[in-house]
Design a protein around this ligand. Structure first.
Ligand code: ITT
Length: 195
């Protein structure tokens, strides 16, 4: 079975990706691979940051790997927090503080439209390839649910009546940006494997 390193320090992402892979590949998180570094995300786009994370780990290990960068893009906030989603609340960043800042900035805004966008960067045999997944939805005024992570308690995906944080993982996967991007990656890898 092919082994792939997933260049992330986010355990929630690892759990979600593993649920989609369903044992089709042997996934190693950075922790599994014994790598303990905070990978920089210095760029203004998800694409550039995803590339940077994959390149750092590929240089370090010389192994095939992939990374992902995800942002919550809110229409009435001109696409914010976007690429800054993880560090939206600054120095004292936490999922809690990030949601507080988001709800404060949205205030009583009528337009609550938003989307999660995931960009995966795969480095395989030295070549880079990007895969994107988008999930449209709305931001509600108060948190609901305890599952998931990040902005899940205030995000209701299009076609659902509850937040991501009110869904078990298999239900989040029916809508998820990350799952959509992963399916594209898996299709690509399986076609490459057939080569
Ligand atoms: P790595 O860079 O180590 O992969 P990270 O947590 O820093 O992990 P990102 O830079 O992609 O990941 O930050 C994205 C942030 O957006 C993340 O910290 C969450 O707050 C939020 N986020 C990402 N995916 C999400 C999801 O599926 N549901 C809710 N919030 C999410």
């Amino acid at each position: 079975m092919k082994t792939l390193i997933f260049a992330t320090n986010n355990d929630h992402k690892v759990a979600e990706i593993k649920s989609v892979l369903n044992n089709r590949f042997n996934l190693l998180s950075l922790k599994d691979a014994g790598i303990n570094i905070d990978i920089p995300e210095p760029y203004p786009t998800l694409e550039e940051n995803a590339r940077e994370k994959a390149r750092v780990i590929n240089r370090l290990t010389d192994e095939d790997c992939f990374s992902e960068d995800t942002g919550l893009e809110v229409t009435s906030l001109n696409g914010e927090p976007g690429v800054k989603s993880a560090r939206y609340s600054g120095e004292n960043r936490s999922f809690e503080n990030n949601i507080d800042k988001l709800l404060l900035n949205l205030g009583h805004q009528k337009n609550r439209e938003a989307q999660f966008r995931t960009v995966i960067c795969l480095i395989r045999k030295g070549k880079e390839k990007l895969f994107e997944g988008v999930c449209k939805g709305t931001i509600i005024a108060e948190r609901k649910g305890n599952a998931g992570f990040g902005y899940d308690p205030v995000f209701v995906p299009e076609g659902a009546e509850k937040t991501f944080a009110e869904m078990p993982l298999n239900e989040k996967n029916l809508f998820s940006h990350r799952k959509k991007a992963m399916e594209k990656l898996i299709t690509f890898l399986l076609s490459e494997e057939a080569d």
